[in-house]
Design a protein. Structure first.
Length: 103
C-alpha cells in the first residue's frame, strides 16, 4: 500500500507530516515514511538527521522523531551518539504485512 494514502490524514499537500500519530500502528507507518527519506549505507550526523526531518514535518520536533526512529529501530546510532545510519532494510512491497509484523 502507498504510504501517502495510508497517512493521508497526517500529511499536508506537500507530503509533510503535520502531526505525529498517537496510535502505534499509524506511528510505525509514519516512521517508515520518514525512514524512506534517508539513504541506505550512509552515515548521518545528528544535525543532518534533524535537517531532513525538519524538511518532512511541520510541527517542529525533530528530536522526538529522531528518538522514535531510533527506538523503533529504523535508525542505528554509533556508541558515542554522533552518527546515525538507516538500520534496516525497508520494505518495498507488502508494507502492511511488514507493519503488522512490527506490532
Amino acid at each position: 500500500m502507498e504510504l501517502t494514502i495510508t497517512l493521508k490524514n497526517f500529511l499536508n499537500g506537500s507530503g509533510k507530516l503535520t502531526v505525529f500519530p498517537a496510535k502505534r500502528k499509524m506511528k510505525i507507518y509514519a516512521l517508515l515514511y520518514l525512514a524512506q527519506k534517508f539513504e541506505p549505507n550512509r552515515d548521518y550526523a545528528e544535525r543532518e538527521i534533524n535537517d531532513i526531518l525538519l524538511d518532512w514535518h511541520t510541527f517542529g520536533d525533530p528530536a522526538t522523531l529522531r528518538r522514535e526512529l531510533y527506538d523503533y529501530h529504523f535508525l542505528d546510532r554509533s556508541t558515542d551518539g554522533r552518527l546515525y545510519r538507516l538500520a534496516l532494510q525497508l520494505p518495498e512491497a507488502d508494507v502492511d504485512d511488514w507493519v503488522q509484523a512490527q506490532l
